[in-house]
Ligand binder design. Structure first.
Ligand SMILES: [Zn+2]
Length: 476
């Protein structure tokens, strides 16, 4: 303690000096403190693309005979993920930024319908799973383990048992509190026999799972519709085309279920969609001989899809087992009518890359791109080198007009590389906007090359035009 105090005496004045220095720096050269801050310079990013040659990176994108897909290949090539063990990946900083943005998009819609966020343990007691009968039913998909006292657990793939037990432990829910919508965004575990396609089918992944509680079947069905509608909003906000299909209830159970699917060739689900009306179903729910839509008798066409969301109307399947009851207006105690609703969060990340990207360049839903803008200054020693100053001025003007972009702009300061090489890297990573101080940067007025990666358009624009363009970019 004494030592700490003694050291404090010397540290405090040093800290004061440092703050003073920073403030001074900020006044005389805001750009230095701001854009050159380490986290905004591509040269400082912890990202394997900076460290590795393309040829080495491409060797690591797949092993011989491994099933791979576009999103997995592109994410590995760009250094967004790094394999840890089969079906498990390290998420690198760009990916974590995108993931956190995606979670914010989901949070907003879940909270708009009254969802309250909780966080339940990943370790789930075998006792709960035995009570529901799923300890046996789930078979080898469940990742099981025992502690030092030989108590058995699983790493939760889903939390119907845990949440229902939690609700039961709180006494009766009053009808006045309902509907109750609880959700979490946490890591889930599934012992996949064959993990594949990167983040599309892993053993460890992020899922948003919501559980709802109502007094009657009618009320629960209304809640069900509410959540489905919020799911639609999420995919619309992300600009992803989705289909909602009738689905089987599987090991979760219940009496009604829908999947939210992104149509894609790599998808592992087969969907039947009516050409005459909006009927759509997972093939597993349809009689294999059925060629016609049960609603309008129109023709059914087959598509492949990536399942990104799944909703279940559970009824009292879990609430009756765990004795999770609600008190009605008539003062009766009855088992809660439940629903459960999943969104594969890391799967949505990969699936959106899968459906939006080109063969060699990642494209993100704009809202969740890790960064919105990449600035590429001229190459060191080129005759446009002085143009770097103009990019700094451009940065200041953008941030002044659109302060929400402050954390969304990176500088590719690797000026030892040509503009072409850095543009190629930027394209791989999928910044929606890449702004280059190129050939026309020293013109009067200065013109910057602006590449809109999502529309594949390149324009030469003045500073004012760029500020005007970017101030319309939404980040939430
Ligand atoms: Zn039809």
């Amino acid at each position: 303690m004494d030592g700490l105090l003694r050291r404090g005496k010397t540290i405090l004045p040093a800290l004061k000096n440092w703050f003073g220095w920073c403030q001074k720096q900020q006044q005389c050269c805001r750009f230095y403190c701001d854009l050159h801050a380490r986290q905004k310079c591509v040269s400082q990013h912890f990202q394997s693309m900076n460290l590795r040659e393309d040829s080495i990176a491409s060797q690591q994108t797949s092993k011989p005979g491994e099933l791979t897909c576009k999103s997995q290949r592109l994410m590995l090539l760009a250094g967004l993920i790094y394999p840890a063990s089969p079906g498990c990946f390290h998420y690198m900083p760009y990916t974590v930024r995108a993931l956190e943005k995606l979670i914010r998009v989901i949070d907003r819609e879940m909270q708009a319908i009254g969802g309250q966020k909780v966080n339940m343990p990943a370790l789930s007691s075998a006792e709960l799973w035995r009570a529901s009968g799923r300890w046996e039913l789930m078979g080898s998909e469940l990742l099981r383990l025992a502690d030092r006292h030989n108590q058995e657990y699983c790493l939760g793939p889903t939390h119907e048992e845990a949440i229902t037990d939690l609700i039961a432990s709180q006494g009766h829910l009053s009808y006045k509190q309902l509907p109750l919508l609880l959700y979490q965004v946490t890591r889930k575990f599934r012992d996949e026999p064959k993990p594949r396609f990167g983040l599309l089918r892993g053993r460890e992944f992020y899922m948003k799972d919501m559980y709802t509680f109502d007094t009657s079947k009618e009320a629960a069905l209304q809640t069900y519709a509410l959540v489905c509608n919020a799911y639609g909003n999420i995919f619309n906000n992300l600009g992803l085309r989705f289909v909602k299909v009738q689905a089987a209830t599987g090991s979760i159970g219940g009496t009604m279920s829908h999947e939210f699917q992104l149509p894609a060739d790599v998808g592992e689900d087969r969907l039947m969609m009516c050409t005459g009306c909006d009927f759509a179903a997972n093939e597993e729910t349809i009689n294999p001989d059925e060629k016609h839509c049960p609603v309008c008798k129109g023709k059914l066409a087959e598509y492949k899809g990536i399942e990104v969301g799944h909703t279940f109307f559970l009824g009292t399947k879990y609430s009756s087992v765990f004795n999770a009851t609600v008190r009605t207006a008539e003062n009766k105690h009855i088992p809660a009518e439940m629903g459960c609703y999943g969104l594969g969060v890391t799967r949505i990340l990969a699936a959106s890359i899968e459906v939006l990207s080109t063969e060699d360049a990642i494209r993100w839903p704009s809202l969740i791109a890790p960064y919105q803008v990449c600035l590429i200054p001229p190459k060191r020693g080129s005759k446009e080198e002085k143009g770097a100053m103009l990019l700094e001025d451009l940065y200041d003007c953008i941030v002044e007009a659109a302060p929400w972009l402050k954390e969304e702009i990176v500088l590719d300061d690797r000026t030892q590389f040509t503009i072409g090489k850095r543009l190629k890297d930027a394209s791989k990573l999928g910044y929606p906007y890449v702004i280059i101080g190129g050939k026309k940067v020293l013109d009067e007025p200065s013109l910057f090359e602006v590449c809109n990666q999502n529309t594949n358009e390149t324009l030469f624009l003045t500073k004012e035009a760029i500020v005007n363009l970017l101030s319309k970019v939404q980040t939430r």
